[in-house]
Design a protein around this ligand. Structure first.
Ligand code: GSH
Length: 215
């Protein structure tokens, strides 16, 4: 049985959880906060979450975990069968991570944690997010799913990153950059949110967020 460790405020945790749910893999959840405690560093090399524990040992890095789950549990596949299409699906995931999420994260301190971010950083991040969004717009198919006619791991990842980048840009810039640069995104998000497992992750995320904000 897989043990998923982390907490449901984290996009990376939710990405891993959604894929476990969509693939119908049995798993337990253990609430673990990131830290530099020696005990945690033995389970996750940088003290980050998420990580999973398997019978063979623990595994960190959400994308590596997704690839492992795909290899170890192929019965319900979240990647296209065709080799090139599989690569295109991974290309989308990589773009979402590198050209959206990682830029937006530089704003989280002010958007969600009561800190402040310099105007210079805000301007730089906005510029990079717009470049990333335009690039993603060139890659994404939305027909109706992001990689084509089948629901894939790239949709699991896109749903989470779009949510966070949208919330962050509204807080910092007063505008939803996702809606501005990806015109079909509203219908796309509604399509994904009709899925029971997406709904479960959203409900758990909201509960975890409320608990986190109370603290
Ligand atoms: N590349 C990692 C990122 C994981 C990550 O940054 N997790 C955050 C929580 S959302 C964390 O543990 N932060 C603590 C830290 O950076 O020390 C992944 O995809 O799993």
């Amino acid at each position: 049985m897989i043990n998923l460790c982390g907490f449901a405020v984290s996009n990376y945790y939710n990405k891993t959880k959604l894929v476990l749910l969509e693939k119908g893999i049995a798993f337990t959840e253990e609430e673990v906060l990131p830290s530099q405690d020696e005990a945690l560093l033995k389970r996750s090399p940088l003290g980050k979450i998420p990580f999973i524990e398997t019978e063979q040992g623990s595994l960190s890095e959400s994308q590596v975990i997704l690839e492992y789950l795909e290899d170890a549990y192929p019965a319900i596949s979240l990647y296209p069968a065709d080799t090139f299409e599989r690569a295109k699906c991974r290309e989308l995931i990589q773009h979402l991570e590198l050209n959206l999420e990682l830029h937006a994260r530089r704003l989280y301190k002010e958007a969600f944690f009561g800190g402040t971010v310099s105007e210079e950083t805000k301007n730089e991040v906005k510029e990079r997010l717009i470049i990333g969004l335009k690039g993603l717009g060139r890659l994404a198919k939305f027909s109706p799913y992001i990689a084509g006619d089948a629901y894939t791991a790239a949709d699991c990842v896109a749903w989470l990153h779009f949510f966070m980048v949208s919330a962050t840009s509204q807080k910092i810039y007063g505008t939803d950059l996702i809606a501005e640069y990806i015109p079909n995104v509203k219908a796309y998000m509604l399509l994904l949110e009709a899925r029971p497992n997406v709904q479960k992750v959203a409900v758990d995320r909201a509960a975890s967020m409320a608990k986190f904000l109370k603290k």
